[in-house]
Design a protein around this ligand. Structure first.
Ligand SMILES: [Zn+2]
Ligand SMILES: [Zn+2]
Length: 302
């Protein structure tokens, strides 16, 4: 047995240092008081100083939402645990703009998280796929106008994720709040907190361990469903789904191309690798409409 634990966090949060409606202290308090273990503060092109709001049992990770655009198509990339402000530079075309962003984020020691590709239908998996040096993709952004699920013939971000994985890219799926609105009612066309998060498995809840686990893909994304266990071995993947209320659960194991390789009903789901799936990831849906997405396990070709 290991002494790894799960830590709940949000990797995408705004304060009134950019276009959020609340000061840093109120933002941090909201997450601390609602069962979270950490939050990453990611104001647009601002490195908000979080040194004064650290507290026992709760970690505030500094960050920036690098925000650029190419011909009206926004390119937003979070710099998780940035040590300085990445410089925004104008680049030619969307792919170059993404590449500049990833490089700028890495240049300040940040871990890049590519945000909401479907915000203003900005870029595709083919465009992201031309850029190296990143591994976190926001497959669900719970704020307004991010079109995470796609529609009208345009793919959702989860489908883009499968396409990248199918090409052999190592990409981990993140769900986040992109919270802006902490005051007034949590209602209407606004971006309030608590709607999408990651559960990170780490030895402790400090910045170093959390960021390392995010980079290693030792986490799952959720907007409702909690896992009591998640085990990956040489043989396969197994999960135990936490029972909330009287919900019922379905788990899909998906392989290359997003192809369904097994469906499991109930609170336990297991999959034994055959070896030719390319990769395998699990997606659990509750009868209430919430999800958990585990990270892909890549299988070596035999
Ligand atoms: Zn954004
Ligand atoms: Zn944002």
């Amino acid at each position: 047995m290991s002494d790894l634990r799960w830590f709940k966090g949000n990797t995408h949060t705004h304060t009134n240092n950019s276009d959020g409606d609340a000061p840093l202290e109120d933002v941090v308090r909201w997450y601390r008081e609602h069962g979270y273990d950490f939050v990453v503060v990611t104001d647009h092109n601002r490195l908000t100083d979080v040194s004064g709001v650290q507290g026992p049992g709760f970690t505030v990770i500094p960050g920036v939402e690098y925000s650029a655009s190419s011909e009206g198509r926004p390119v937003h990339i979070n710099a998780l645990n940035a040590s300085a402000l990445p410089e925004v530079r104008v680049a030619e075309g969307i792919v170059e703009t993404i590449r500049q962003g990833v490089n700028a984020v890495r240049g300040v020691g940040g871990v890049p998280q590519i945000n909401h590709p479907n915000f203003r239908w900005a870029f595709t998996d083919a465009e992201m796929g031309q850029v190296e040096g990143w591994s976190l993709l926001e497959i669900l952004n719970a704020s307004t106008d991010c079109n995470s699920f796609g529609g009208g013939g345009a793919p959702g971000v989860e489908a883009m994720w499968d396409r990248l994985l199918s090409e052999g890219r190592r990409v981990w799926g993140v769900a986040s709040d992109d919270a802006h609105d902490f005051t007034k009612e949590f209602w209407g066309h606004r971006s309030w907190p608590g709607r999408a998060w990651v559960m990170v498995r780490a030895s402790d809840g400090g910045t170093g361990a959390l960021v390392a686990a995010l980079q290693a893909g030792d986490f799952y994304a959720s907007n409702e469903v909690t896992l009591d266990a998640l085990e990956v071995t040489e043989e396969g993947v197994s999960l135990v789904i936490h029972q909330d209320y009287q919900y019922k659960y379905t788990t899909w194991f998906l392989g290359k191309g997003g192809k369904l390789v097994k469906r499991c009903l109930g609170n336990e789901a297991t999959y034994r690798f055959k070896g030719d799936e390319g990769y395998v990831r699990a997606k659990t849906c509750s009868s209430e409409g919430g999800f958990a997405w585990t990270q892909p396990v890549f299988l070596k070709k035999s």
